[in-house]
Design a protein around this ligand. Structure first.
Ligand code: ZN
Length: 54
């Protein structure tokens, strides 16, 4: 299994927008997700597409 897709969200805490938080909790499944706001948005798109954006 390979994953060579471009990542749509920051990969490092240093890449976050000012004011964002690196580790966030998914509002739907309460999994801790790294990658800030964009990381959570990407998680929701993949895992909870029926829920829509947070
Ligand atoms: Zn989730």
């Amino acid at each position: 299994m390979t994953d060579d897709r471009p990542h749509p969200h920051p990969l490092r805490p240093q890449d976050l927008e000012p004011g964002d938080h690196w580790a966030r909790t998914c509002p739907h499944c309460h999994t801790v997700i790294q990658g800030g706001r964009a990381g959570v948005a990407a998680h929701i798109t993949v895992v909870h597409p029926e829920e829509g954006p947070a």
